[in-house]
Design a protein around this ligand. Structure first.
Ligand SMILES: Cc1cc2nc3c(=O)[nH]c(=O)nc-3n(C[C@H](O)[C@H](O)[C@H](O)COP(=O)(O)OP(=O)(O)OC[C@H]3O[C@@H](n4cnc5c(N)ncnc54)[C@H](O)[C@@H]3O)c2cc1C
Length: 470
């Protein structure tokens, strides 16, 4: 089925009209589409949850929605699941849960497809990214001449390390094989803390935790999380789910949208985070629930835009102070920067640039920190280091987004130079090729694998040509 119409992503910041939309129903149809476009360009679309321009093309756009079969099998005694590229994570999790199983890691939402999530290194907190766990993939790509399409199995070596997080540059992923683990339960508790040092100290007992820097009070609270010793839902877990949905998924987000986007009121946003939010947190409430309920939220209910920066563990405390200081300056024109921040900005020659941000943007969403274990993919955000990584996310619900874009660009640029921060490939992505070359030592190897799978560059678009120099 071919038709053309404007495509936009979840954040509505990416809009384009492809030359053709192809929705293959079989591998034979998929190969025919590739053969027809071997002198053109092809990109794949999934759930469109990425905020970067990865899906953009003016030629053929392939939608893999019909590829969603799921098959459980064993590899060397380990339960694995082979799942069609277009299968939504929520469908996979439901299927696995019915068999007492689950995926080794899960992000904040489960709307993405398996291939879409792994293509950009999607992650949760306290584990590796989903990409890290990929055992093998089948990819529709081209032979050495670039003339003949074929489906190859990728099972080892640099090819697997490239394919696990490939940004769609190797070809069309047909299916992905992941290990599955026994379903587990997670113990959760909300804990307010004054400083990041105190929050990080909780990690020893709560390795799955994520934590938030609360704007305007500039204190932290942790969602302390650990694997529960037993697979039993605690007494009030169902009530907790209702509380979470009504007060946080819906209530908090409605107030943020109302105060920040509709009323554009700084005093109300400050009131929200200083007075109202603390009343909605019950630190003594300890809840045990199934992993795929406890670890996800309905973050997709309200449309927003997000940038996420990754720093190494050894930099996370300094990076958090830097972030808080810059956000306070963006909020308050009279804010005086800390001497440490001034020193850092001097070293990268950005003291003048930061002044232009004064009073231009009121942060209206908690800054979320998540810990991602290092992996050996070639270019996922957590690759190429022995240290754990921390992601730091910045969100906006306000449109137009120009003030946010200026602030987010400043943060990405300055933190990339100060802390070697990397930007999540699937989120708003302002950095340029020079930054990326410095940050990813294995980028040239990744490019070589791409050229082998796609000698003519059929799977490249503007984003990967410019940012990855492909
Ligand atoms: C509300 C919300 C919450 C989010 N939460 C998290 C989170 O907790 N953690 C996190 O890390 N990220 C998160 N993200 C980001 C999201 O996980 C990534 O952007 C992910 O890549 C989106 O997957 P998708 O299925 O929507 O793919 P799309 O956005 O449609 O595509 C993403 C990339 O995958 C490629 N692709 C998709 N299918 C194939 C295929 N079959 N073959 C080859 N390439 C393919 C596309 O070409 C593109 O390059 C969130 C996004 C939103 C909107």
């Amino acid at each position: 089925m071919d038709k053309t119409s404007e495509i936009s992503n979840f954040g509505r910041n990416v809009r384009f009209t492809p030359g053709k939309i192809c929705v293959p129903r079989s591998e034979t149809e998929l190969l025919t589409i590739l053969r027809d476009h071997r002198h053109g360009h092809v990109r794949v679309i999934a759930s469109r949850h990425a905020w970067s321009s990865l899906i953009e093309t003016d030629d053929a756009l392939i939608d893999m929605r019909h590829f969603c079969q799921i098959r459980i099998h064993e590899i060397n005694g380990q339960s694995c699941v082979t799942v069609g590229a277009g299968c939504p994570l929520k469908m996979l999790l439901k299927f696995l849960n019915e068999r007492g199983l689950t995926t080794p890691s899960v992000g904040l939402i489960t709307e993405q497809t398996v291939a879409g999530a792994t293509a950009t290194g999607t992650h949760g907190s306290g584990k590796h990214s989903l990409s890290h766990y990929v055992v093998s993939l089948r990819i529709a790509c081209f032979d050495e001449s670039g003339e003949e399409p074929r489906i190859v199995s990728v099972t080892e070596g640099f090819e697997l390390r490239a394919a696990r997080c490939s940004l769609g540059c190797l070809g069309v992923v047909v299916d992905v094989t992941l290990p599955c683990i026994p379903q587990y339960y997670v113990r959760e508790k909300m804990t307010p803390k004054g400083t990041i040092e105190k929050v990080l100290a909780l990690e020893a007992n709560s390795p799955l935790q994520q934590f938030f820097l609360v704007p305007h009070s500039w204190t932290y609270f942790a969602q302390e999380r650990s694997v529960a010793p037993e697979n039993h839902r605690s007494g009030f877990a169902a009530v907790y789910r209702v509380y979470w949905f009504l007060s946080l998924d819906v209530g908090l987000h409605l107030l943020i949208v109302c105060f920040a986007a509709w009323l554009r009121s700084r005093p109300l946003i400050r009131l929200l985070f200083r007075r109202i939010v603390p009343c909605t947190i019950f630190p003594r409430w300890v809840v045990v629930d199934r992993s795929d309920r406890q670890l996800v939220m309905k973050h997709e209910l309200f449309r927003h835009l997000e940038q996420e920066l990754f720093v190494r563990r050894s930099d996370v405390i300094a990076a958090s102070h830097f972030v808080a200081d810059i956000l306070r300056l963006a909020d308050d024109p009279k804010h005086e920067l800390q001497p440490d921040t001034v020193g850092r900005l001097k070293t990268i020659g950005s003291l003048k640039a930061v002044e232009s941000l004064r009073g231009t943007f009121t942060p209206h969403y908690p800054i979320c920190f998540r810990r991602i274990l290092p992996d050996d993919t070639l270019i996922s955000m957590a690759s190429g280091s022995d240290e754990d990584w921390y992601s730091i996310s910045f969100l906006t619900y306000v449109e137009p987004r120009d003030d946010f874009f200026r602030l987010a660009t400043f943060l990405a640029d300055s933190m990339s130079r100060l802390f070697e921060a990397r930007v999540h490939w699937g989120k708003w992505f302002p950095l340029e090729a020079d930054h990326i070359d410095r940050q990813y030592p294995a980028m040239e190897t990744f490019r070589e694998v791409c050229r082998r799978f796609d000698p003519r560059g059929v799977f490249r678009n503007r984003f990967v040509r410019e940012k990855l120099r492909l």
